[in-house]
Design a protein around this ligand. Structure first.
Ligand code: TXA
Ligand code: MG
Length: 329
């Protein structure tokens, strides 16, 4: 188990930014101001850092995260912007608008950050500190609002500390977030849809579209677990999943956890262990990529060993249950 970090607070100086970059490079968690609310940042390409982030927030499920980038060009490296998404990006970035678009096939954001979805949420923040941090780090930063799960979004460094002291490495204190409301989220996958009202008024977007924006709310409350089917292209392996497996059946692959206690595991077509040492953060970091690897084998099924409901175990089991649920084709 990882030791709790002691949280440092720094006002924004070039030294503080350098410190934040070093921390992100090392897989740490840095809260920073954006114009909407404070975000809890992690290296978007580092699955382990992202697992720590979910752990720090105490999220009950792996809600997908927004990838923050410097500009539309960087956004295009991660997601596919259709002409309408490009137009919105051109008009409203940098600013309080998040676009949900299809993931690029070679998108380098960890699958854990997008919760295994085929889509990705992208935002170019306007706040100077956020922009300076992105420029200095040179990679996408995933950042949910920097609050504990179920709490309201923080708009000052003090709010962040009240929720996350001792759970994250660093808070860059840049004063109050001027917008004070999360970004507006618009899905640009076919017909555009408003997923979350926020800092950019709907009317501003509708003026560009020339018609009203369809509603497709993703969240009654910020941290409400996403119901299967609420999101486009919910990730599911093609190979059937068998959860809480006590034994491996002929033709199955095995997704193990901790000490391999499953009988006939030598029979498995292939074995991947989420965390031999039963570390939940490590297991979460490996979850989506291991599922994908085992799914590609063409095995008759994937037997999944029981995973305790401890820490991130709850979120891991939530995703596994969704992946195992029968779905319409
Ligand atoms: O203003 C903001 O957007 C702040 C600042 C820090 O940028 N961030 C923020 O993140 O509010 P968060 O994680 O608290 O809320 C992001 C919402 C979540 O409800 C998540 O489910 C949704 O965006 N989301 C992320 N990726 C998605 C996707 N691919 N499809 C649908 N919804 C997505
Ligand atoms: Mg939030």
């Amino acid at each position: 188990m990882t030791a709790e970090p002691s949280t440092r607070v720094m006002t924004v100086t070039p030294e503080a930014l350098a410190e934040a970059v070093g921390c992100l490079r090392a897989g740490g968690l840095v809260a920073f101001p954006t114009e909407t609310v404070y975000g809890l940042g992690a290296d978007a390409t580092n699955a382990k850092a992202i697992a720590r982030l979910y752990d720090a927030k105490g999220r009950p499920a792996f809600n997908p995260l927004i990838a923050h980038i410097q500009d539309a060009a960087a956004a295009r490296g991660l997601g596919i912007l259709d002409p309408l998404a490009s137009r919105l990006a051109e008009l409203f970035w940098p600013g309080p608008l998040t676009l949900v678009v299809p993931r690029q096939p070679d998108c380098r954001v960890a699958e854990l950050a997008t919760a295994g979805l085929a889509t990705i949420a992208l935002r170019v923040p306007a706040h100077t500190v956020a922009r300076d941090l992105l420029a200095a780090f040179g990679r996408p930063i995933v950042a949910p609002s920097a609050n504990r799960s179920g709490h309201v979004s923080p708009t000052t460094g003090q709010h962040v500390l009240a929720d996350l002291r001792g759970r994250i490495d660093l808070v860059l204190d840049g004063g109050r977030s001027p917008v004070g409301l999360e970004s507006t989220i618009v899905a640009c996958i076919g017909e555009p849809a408003l997923l979350r009202p926020g800092g950019l008024p709907r009317a501003d977007i509708e003026r560009v579209l020339g018609h009203s924006l369809a509603d497709s709310p993703i969240e009654p409350a910020d941290e409400a677990p996403l119901a299967p089917g609420q999101l486009p292209s919910h990730y599911a392996p093609r190979t059937p999943l068998r959860l809480n497996a006590q034994t491996v059946r002929a033709g199955e692959a095995l997704l193990a956890f901790g000490e391999p206690s499953v009988s006939s595991s030598d029979r498995a077509v292939s074995v991947l262990n989420l965390s031999p040492g039963a570390d939940m953060v490590e297991a979460a970091a490996n979850l989506f990529s291991y599922l994908r690897t085992l799914d590609a084998l063409g095995a008759s099924g994937i037997a999944v060993m029981p995973i305790p409901q401890i820490g991130l175990g709850e979120a891991i089991n939530d995703r596994l249950q969704r992946a195992a649920a029968p779905r319409p084709r």
